[in-house]
Design a protein around this ligand. Structure first.
Ligand code: HEC
Length: 165
């Protein structure tokens, strides 16, 4: 008996939802997809070329893929760190061959995903910087040690800048 009532209520809710959705759809633009999120061109390039590993919001979870969300900006207080972020293999060797498009993706990564970790006054990447740095991809067994040193120097520079500001 209870189950039957529940089924009736569920069916009624679904019907109301369907009617409401229909009403909303009737007012939307003819080609709009109800409930769909609109991504900018840069965001959709990020999602298809980087999001598979780094997560669509820059959250990669407990894996060997570094977290970008509220973290990647810590590298951005030195030129060495800015270059490092472009030289990592996933970026420098990306199938995004157009330097301006890759610069746009990196600026999205730093400014939007980097969030609180990105220093105020961060200078957006230019196509010319990306062009130069991606020609020197990082590799080798010492990668993690290099990453640690680059990060340490950038964090020290961030702290100095903060102290002044
Ligand atoms: C196949 C998986 C994969 C893809 C695709 C990928 N990455 Fe990565 N990314 C990694 C891994 C793993 C690392 C750590 C360095 C390494 O081992 O290459 C990394 C490192 C980074 C770093 C340095 C972060 C840090 O904390 O050291 C940045 C920035 C980055 N990736 C951005 C991107 C962007 C932007 C794209 C798309 C253009 C991209 N990655 C595509 C796996 C990936």
């Amino acid at each position: 008996m209870r189950v039957a009532v529940l089924r009736y209520v569920t069916a009624a809710c679904v019907a109301v939802l369907a009617i409401t959705a229909g009403a909303v759809r009737a007012h939307a633009a003819p080609d709009a997809v109800a409930g769909a999120t609109t991504l900018s061109h840069t965001q959709s390039v990020y999602v298809s070329h980087c999001g598979g590993c780094h997560g669509i919001e820059g959250i990669s979870g407990p894996t060997f893929v570094p977290m970008l969300r509220n973290s990647v900006g810590s590298f951005a207080c030195t030129d060495e760190g800015r270059a490092y972020l472009v030289r990592v293999p996933g970026v420098s060797m990306s199938l995004i061959r157009d330097d301006q498009t890759l610069a746009d993706v990196m600026n999205f990564v730093l400014i939007t995903l980097g969030g609180s970790s990105t220093p105020p006054g961060f200078k957006p990447y230019t196509a010319a910087e990306v062009h130069t740095w991606r020609q020197h991809p990082l590799s080798g067994p010492d990668f993690m040690a290099l990453r640690a040193h680059v990060l340490e120097r950038s964090l020290a520079a961030c702290a100095r800048k903060q102290g002044k500001g």
